[in-house]
Design a protein around this ligand. Structure first.
Ligand SMILES: Nc1ncnc2c1ncn2[C@@H]1O[C@H](COP(=O)(O)OP(=O)(O)O)[C@@H](O)[C@H]1O
Ligand SMILES: [Mg+2]
Length: 283
């Protein structure tokens, strides 16, 4: 099935690929729609995507374990399958090998787009928070850090007719960090990714406040401690990395704005988040 899907998508145009992110392809087999996710080396766009996505923040927070492709694929398959077994709504995996996962296609939109483009939607955001917490509670009940969402940002939650679905838990978390530490770091990571997800500052502050209110005092306290230890001196490296990988090679039409790519993880963002965490703890 995987090989057939690969053959079919190799006939498709690059533009189709771009519109679906780095390495993902919708594909139709015998009248059924599927979604092929390829974790291949050599796709330049993958590294660009990684640079501008939250993965750099993973590095700043030092939570990523092994980075090899087979490891990431195995991790995604295993977490998605466990979530499914525990009754979470997730896209069904049809087949996989070391580098590829074939999913059933889900008619959906990314939560980030829906919340950004639509009106302020507290109910939808509450649904998301409910799902996010359900995942965390499950990880604690089972005492299994691999059940946490290891890459929690709004693009990794799909809004479908079956409700919100979590996807893309392929980041391999460091096994030497315990569940509470990983949980605090991932909550902080989500906080930063919420910050970068919204162009409208008013909406962003409302969603951010509601996210923090939904967490317990001790969760927010732990995030504050982690935030205090984030080493933002590595920002210079990040700045040059983004410039070299995402800006210069694409100075034409696919170039990313340096501000868009780097600002979310700047000292200014850090201070904003520090302020939000502080206000939440005082309230
Ligand atoms: N099963 C699916 N059906 C339809 N679209 C999907 C499916 N899985 C992912 N997508 C879309 O593809 C995008 C990228 O998928 P994702 O697993 O997040 O890969 P990446 O590691 O490149 O971020 C998602 O944001 C979503 O819009
Ligand atoms: Mg993703």
């Amino acid at each position: 099935m995987i090989n057939l899907a690969i053959e079919l998508i190799e006939e498709q145009s690059a533009e189709r690929v771009l519109s679906f992110g780095a390495s993902c392809f919708p594909v139709e087999i015998k009248g059924e729609k599927y979604f092929l996710k390829r974790n291949c080396n050599g796709a330049k766009l993958t590294s660009v995507h990684n640079y501008i996505s939250g993965l750099r923040l993973h590095d700043l927070l030092k939570i990523t374990g092994i980075k090899d492709i087979a490891g990431r694929t195995r991790k995604e398959v295993s977490t998605m399958s466990s979530w499914r077994d525990f009754g979470l709504p997730v896209p069904r995996i049809v087949a996989h090998d070391n580098n590829n996962i074939l999913y059933k296609f889900v008619e959906s939109s990314g939560l980030s787009g829906v919340l950004n483009e639509g009106p302020y939607s507290p109910d939808l955001f509450d649904d998301f928070l409910g799902l996010y917490n359900r995942i965390r509670v499950l990880a604690y009940e089972e005492n299994d850090p691999d059940l946490l969402h290891s890459d929690p940002h709004l693009e990794n939650f799909l809004v479908s007719s079956d409700g919100i679905m979590p996807i893309d838990p392929g980041v391999v978390l460091r096994s030497d960090l315990g569940l509470p530490d990983l949980d605090a770091k991932l909550n902080l990571y989500l906080c930063y990714s919420l910050f970068r997800s919204f162009s409208d500052a008013i909406k962003r502050d409302k969603y951010m406040t509601s996210f923090l209110e939904n967490l317990s005092d001790s969760d927010v306290g732990n995030m504050t401690k982690v935030n205090e230890r984030v080493d933002f001196s590595s920002f210079k490296k990040l700045y040059w990395g983004v410039r070299n990988v995402a800006i210069l090679p694409f100075s034409g039409k696919n170039a990313v704005s340096l501000d868009d790519a780097v600002l979310p993880y700047s000292e200014k963002t850090y201070q904003t988040i520090e302020g939000a965490l502080g206000r939440r703890l005082k309230s």
